[in-house]
Ligand binder design. Structure first.
Ligand SMILES: Nc1ncnc2c1ncn2[C@@H]1O[C@H](COP(=O)(O)OP(=O)(O)OP(=O)(O)O)[C@@H](O)[C@H]1O
Ligand SMILES: [Mg+2]
Length: 251
């Protein structure tokens, strides 16, 4: 098991946002975490990466508890986190932004250059713009750059917060394809989304609402249940209707 999150409780100041999130990512998996605005998706990723400290619960990476470790220790283990809003430094060039991803690596310039070149083959839209300020990229290209930068760290597990945010469906499609290809080189993914498009490339999915894991299943099964019932889960209006498969084997 790459990641196990158990009974995760967290919040901001006195405001509780998570009430017991349960999820797992296995080696080689692409897992999606779906939920409505305010469901607790971003807070979950922050608590896993250590940006905020969990109030209680466990974050276990590769069999070892990390919930009391600082973010850099989790990053050194191989945990990547592409936050909401892409985190691109718009005044730096595309190439400079990309290389920021290599700062956590300890395996030398040759290996980093080789991975950088391979990534640029995968992301040709960036290859021709390495010297340009990153602020000149389109939204989709900036998201691509964020993804490429995160992959240059060679994470074992990369968590991505709303890859699709604000992007046209055709661009989202392209980014999801890149995620699928990146998985082939050994990175597992936890993709946070409001958009159901992620079901097409993920192996398993979780739905969270009100800071709790509401259901878990194979993405193909969730798709088969239909977008409409899932959308109802998102809105939380008829959550009881679909609470037929509680998260299994994790409590
Ligand atoms: N910095 C903060 N301070 C106080 N409360 C916060 C903060 N960030 C989030 N919250 C609250 O925590 C809860 C979960 O928010 P979170 O950002 O994790 O949701 P989300 O699922 O990522 O939503 P979105 O789809 O809008 O990104 C919400 O009730 C939100 O208002
Ligand atoms: Mg969010």
């Amino acid at each position: 098991m790459l990641l196990s999150v158990r009974a995760l409780v967290a919040g901001y100041g006195a405001v509780q946002a998570l009430y017991g999130v349960e999820l797992e990512v296995r080696e080689g998996e692409i897992v999606s975490l779906l939920g409505a605005n305010g469901a607790g998706k971003t807070t979950t990723l922050r608590a896993i990466s250590g940006v905020i400290r969990p109030w209680s619960g466990e974050v276990v990476l590769g069999g070892r508890r990390f919930d009391h470790e600082p973010p850099e220790v989790r990053a050194a283990w191989g945990l990547g986190h592409l936050p909401e809003g892409r985190g691109i430094l718009t005044s730096l060039t595309v190439g400079e932004n990309l290389m920021l991803g290599a700062t956590v690596r300890r395996d030398g310039a040759t290996a980093i250059r080789r991975d950088r070149d391979r990534l640029l083959e995968l992301f040709p839209a960036l290859a021709g713009r390495l010297g340009q300020p990153a602020g000149m990229l389109s939204g989709g290209q900036q998201q691509m750059l964020g993804l490429a930068r995160a992959l240059l760290a060679r994470p074992r597990l990369l968590m991505v917060d709303e890859l699709s945010f604000g992007l046209a469906p055709v661009v989202v499609e392209e980014l999801l394809q890149l995620v699928r290809e990146a998985r082939e080189s050994g990175t597992s993914f936890l993709l946070v989304e409001q958009s159901l498009s992620v079901l097409a490339i993920s192996d398993r999915s979780y739905v969270i609402a009100g800071g709790r894991t509401l259901l878990e299943g194979r993405s193909s099964e969730l798709r088969a249940r239909g977008a409409e019932s899932l959308a109802r889960v998102y809105l939380g209006t008829h959550a009881q209707d679909v609470r037929t498969s509680p998260p299994g084997g994790m409590s």
